[in-house]
Design a protein around this ligand. Sequence first.
Ligand SMILES: Cc1cc2nc3c(=O)[nH]c(=O)nc-3n(C[C@H](O)[C@H](O)[C@H](O)COP(=O)(O)OP(=O)(O)OC[C@H]3O[C@@H](n4cnc5c(N)ncnc54)[C@H](O)[C@@H]3O)c2cc1C
Length: 573
Amino acid sequence: MTTTNDIENQYDVIVVGSGAGAMTSAIFAADQGNSVLIVEKSDKYGGTSAISGGGIWIPNNDEFRALGGQDSYETALTYIKAASEGSVDESRIRAYLDNAPKMIRELQANSRVKFAVAEKYPDYYQHLEGSLPGGRSMDPELFDTTGLGDEMDHQQPASGNTLLMGRMAWTARQAHRAVAKERGWMLMIIGLMIRYKLDFKQRRKGRRDRRAGLGASLVASLRQSLSDRNIPLWRNTEFTDFVITDDKVTGIKVLRDGQELTLNARHGVVMGSGGFEQNQRLREKYLPAPSQQRWSATPAGCNTGAALEAGQKLGAATDLLDWCWWAPTMKVPKEPSSRGLFAERAFPGAIVVDGLGKRFFNEAAPYLEFGDAMYRNHHKTGNSIPAWVVFDSHFRFEYAMGPLMPGKIMPDSRVPKAWLESVYWKANTLDELASQINVEAAGLADTVEKMNRYAQTGIDEEFQRGGNVFDRYYGDSGVKPNPCLAPIQKGPYYAMKINPGDIGTKGGLLTNDFGQVVRPSGEPIAGLYAIGNCSASVMGTSYPGAGSTIGPAMTFGYIAANHITANRATTAN
Ligand SMILES: Cc1cc2nc3c(=O)[nH]c(=O)nc-3n(C[C@H](O)[C@H](O)[C@H](O)COP(=O)(O)OP(=O)(O)OC[C@H]3O[C@@H](n4cnc5c(N)ncnc54)[C@H](O)[C@@H]3O)c2cc1C
């Protein structure tokens, strides 16, 4: 029971969570004249957004057009509708397409956030009408964090696999150039290393690069934009419930450093508190089985479904609760979260097999599709959770796989001993390897023989790996005839275990075109907005291109701020 004595703090808008969408919403709300508070449960701000690639998928963006790229609202609409297969209302897709280019235009013009278009990053479903071979994904520029000072120590730290050699910041475009071994890639890496080493002032302080890239750049630049506006961000402050007055959400209850507080939001509460992937109970309730919190690549303990449960108590509608942003992941000892395998499945000479030693999907497919395929195959055969990625000594020398850097940089002698038979398995023959990992040896031998044939012809007769521009994006441009296919023929042989992990859940509170949370009848719950992974994704069951989670989170953050301000003006008149 809330009394007026409990109302200790008054704001126009309260934003819950401090991912990229939440911070974007706060910035727009403040720029429109609202007093804004952000509350974050963790002692670190930034959430999954801070450890992510930071890419945003913005169809029809200005930057691509300025470079002469061809895109249009209608083409993008055709594409998203085909990808999402009716799993989301068209009017929400339209709201996204109307607002995404405006959001990023205004944010870049008025804040520290800077993106460049990833011209070569293809949409994920190249077979669908309206897809483009590049230009819709945008990649954060490197951001100099000097101005943030010690506040940077409170940002969710970038995971090692988003940094060059686990330390140095780079952009996604630079990372791709190195992975695909495009012309000049070696010189580029040397340049990045020299820049890092010669930053003597920063090197005296520690290993952290002064510049941030990817999601760390996006979140740091947003954080500094909040500071520019004096928008308070309270860490260690956990949302626990809504305050309701006359059927309207008028505030929230929080635990701040263990103390209960009631915070009053005069014009709106924007929930940006992530999904429920870090809550085993909710995983078991909603996600396909088997499902493990430890398979998630998101920061441990952050996103536990608080918005979902509080919203359900209010009678909010929900959708897509059985879906994640799937990604095959790998567990590494001592790392709190799993590592996502985004690119390396496409490298030539690695295959993924189930317990029968059989491939079950195109390894180079987008991560959501691959995770979904792991479940579908498992539910059919009982054999693909876990699955195994298998490669030979040539692959091991040339390419990275999860935490194993290429052998030419990190030979087995330099790999932590504890990783043998926990992260990777190794044997002189394929038969021995199969017996170590309990995979059918005859099945594996047959699969490898077929793959070696496909590598010669360049045609994967079963799953068409490397058959489109998306697959080839992470292929090795020096490998012919198919940059995603190479023989597996030189021992010792290696295997690594992979699970159907995630980079967040994608179901949650159902929202309308304005980001308002709605009841099953479609009627909005006054005062309540949800964005990012605590809301049901505007992409439905699909993942149209790199940045399809953060792009919508930021765009609906913008839409929600605009709606709150517009409503406020109407109420005042
Ligand atoms: C390695 C990796 C790479 C990725 N790359 C990309 C990419 O390039 N592009 C892309 O679009 N997506 C990417 N993703 C996915 C993307 O990062 C997430 O889907 C997205 O960041 C989710 O945003 P969010 O705002 O919903 O949640 P988050 O960014 O996780 O933020 C939610 C915040 O809310 C806080 N919170 C939770 N509960 C409470 C509570 N009760 N009270 C207060 N605060 C609370 C959490 O602590 C957290 O800080 C990647 C993910 C990973 C793991």
